[in-house]
Design a protein around this ligand. Structure first.
Ligand code: GLU
Length: 519
């Protein structure tokens, strides 16, 4: 029987989840679902100094909004490996640190912060940097250089100590990465990372590897920024004797800024005019606010569709993918190595696409509630009726990317214009057009089937019989009805407004441009 695929998203609650983090969660989710596996949410909160209140709740809410639902984990119901918050698993890690000490793969180090700072400063002065490693550990204060008796004495006293991994000398450590192939690092480039601190807390590296082992994780899919840690993690698996169950690694490419290269950072978002967070976030310490895709009225399906294609290329040219289709098509082999440039305009394009797929009735209800709450329209107003709104929506849908734009773009469908685009009028208006508009008014008054097809036909016929090409007066007609030089389908608008309203609007506009109605 093959092993069940189990993957995890393991954020640290140090702030709001960046969209790069959401993409990591999404790829984990897609991979798990594709293979009938499990997707776990683990909260890595061992570094209490970096803990930010509200961040964990934010992560959970963001995943829910995106429809990226873990099978097990904090906020999503317990599974067989609970608890899933590392601060609640504190007691587990010590045993594993002790195991590494006992097997000679780790050691106690007693150097104080002050002593290490001095060493760092000395090295900086000669343009080098200090590392606690296979060379320097031989001169430092640790259980490798001290006698057993001295070590025991220090351990039983109130002495500060940490447990460090004893990185082997002169070896190449290989990480097999599904996306990047073989990545190797010489141990001279690695330092003896701290695994456990005397405050009883493991560091990220120990807790992460132990939990992946205990939670039977088969694939570690995470951001490229963790690639430098991967050799250390491989070494940890080896030191524990867990090579046969070591997960496979897949390090995802960075998200890059829309212009230039550079990583898309948390600070870029509002500065460049788009959100970098799925949901709005207010920093609890500074009250600084960052915008979110949800509050900007992006649809979650547009957001996740866009994210899925940011670093992964499907087999064909298709760009629109439902979550089910993504699951079907996803593979780690088609994740790119190089960074993926974020395109805010493309994100809007995705939103527009999903907006067009929304049933008209859903958008009509949305518009209705805005008209009620923000414009105090009463329920018997004709603009609140389904037969009006269900005609307005298809016109508006073609011209907007977001629901909130429907009112901005289509205000004139609901309210009579109070101003007319003077530029269009002065460019297009000729006194000889007055006769045409009088004739049009007359023809429309006599038109019974006041629909888009008939109004357009009558418009064209009237133009021709007045010696004009329809195109010469079309934009003027639009300005007269809506005040604006551009907008929704013109004759669709005429049908929606209805005969009486069109006649009234035409008359008012003609009065403004000084056409005698009865000349
Ligand atoms: N806690 C790490 C983070 O915040 C997890 C890295 C990993 O997935 O191994 O991203």
């Amino acid at each position: 029987m093959s092993t069940k695929i189990r993957v995890r998203f393991a954020p640290s609650p140090t702030g709001p989840l960046h969209m790069g983090g959401v993409r990591t969660a999404l790829y984990n989710y897609l991979f798990a679902k594709k293979h009938g596996g499990d997707f776990i949410l683990r909260i890595e909160d061992t570094d209490q100094n970096r803990y930010v209140p509200g961040a964990e709740e934010y992560i959970i809410e963001a995943l829910k909004w995106c429809g990226i639902m873990p099978n097990e984990g904090v906020g999503f119901g317990d599974g067989p490996h609970a608890p899933y918050r590392q601060s609640e698993r504190k007691d587990i890690y010590k045993k594993y640190a002790d195991q590494l000490i006992a097997s000679g793969h780790a050691y106690y180090a007693f150097d104080s912060e002050e002593e290490l700072t001095i060493l760092r400063t000395e090295m900086e002065a000669v343009k080098s940097s200090f590392a606690y490693n296979a060379i320097t550990r031989k001169q430092l204060i640790n259980s490798l250089t001290l006698s057993k008796a001295e070590t025991d004495k220090r351990l039983s006293g109130a002495e500060h100590y940490v447990i460090r991994l004893k990185v082997p000398e002169n070896e190449d450590i290989h990480v097999k990465d599904i996306i990047r192939g073989d990545v190797s690092v010489h141990t001279s480039q690695m330092d003896d990372k701290v695994l456990f601190k005397s405050d009883g807390m493991p560091t990220y590296h120990l807790a992460n590897v132990v939990d992946d082992y205990l939670m039977k994780i088969t694939h570690v899919i995470r951001g490229e920024e963790w690639l430098p840690s991967a050799p250390l993690h491989v070494l940890l698996y080896r030191s524990f004797g867990w090579e046969n169950v070591m997960p496979q690694f897949a390090h995802l490419p960075l998200l890059l800024k829309p212009e230039g290269n550079g990583k898309l950072s948390k600070r870029d978002g509002d500065r460049l005019g788009f959100p970098v967070f799925p949901l709005r976030w207010v920093d609890p310490a500074t009250r600084e606010e960052s915008s979110g895709y949800r509050e900007k009225e992006y649809y979650p399906e547009a957001f996740t569709n866009m994210l899925a294609l940011l670093g992964w290329h499907p087999s064909g040219d298709k760009e629109i993918y439902s979550m089910e289709e993504l699951i079907e098509d996803f593979s780690l082999e088609r994740v790119n190595k190089s960074g993926a440039k974020f395109d805010p305009e493309k994100t809007k394009w995705f939103n527009q696409h999903y907006l067009r797929l929304k049933p008209d009735s859903v958008l009509a209800d949305h518009l209705k509630s805005i008209l009620r709450t923000e414009f105090n329209f009463s329920s018997d107003d004709h603009r609140m009726q389904d037969d009006f709104l269900l005609k307005a929506i298809p016109l508006l849908k073609e011209r907007v990317q977001f629901e909130h734009e429907m009112l901005e773009v289509g205000r004139y469908l609901l309210f009579k214009p109070t101003e007319y685009d003077q530029q269009v009028i002065s460019k297009k208006w000729k006194d000889s057009h007055a006769a045409f508009f009088r004739a049009l008014l007359n023809a429309y008054e006599n038109l019974n089937d006041f629909n888009s097809v008939e109004t357009e036909k009558v418009f064209q016929e009237t133009a021709v019989s007045n010696g004009l090409k329809p195109g010469e007066v079309l934009q003027l007609f639009r300005v007269f009805l809506s005040g604006q030089g551009g907008g929704v389908n013109l004759f669709g608008m005429a049908e929606l407004l209805g005969k009486q309203e069109v006649l009234q609007r035409l008359k008012s506009a003609m009065a403004v441009v000084g056409v005698e109605l009865n000349a």
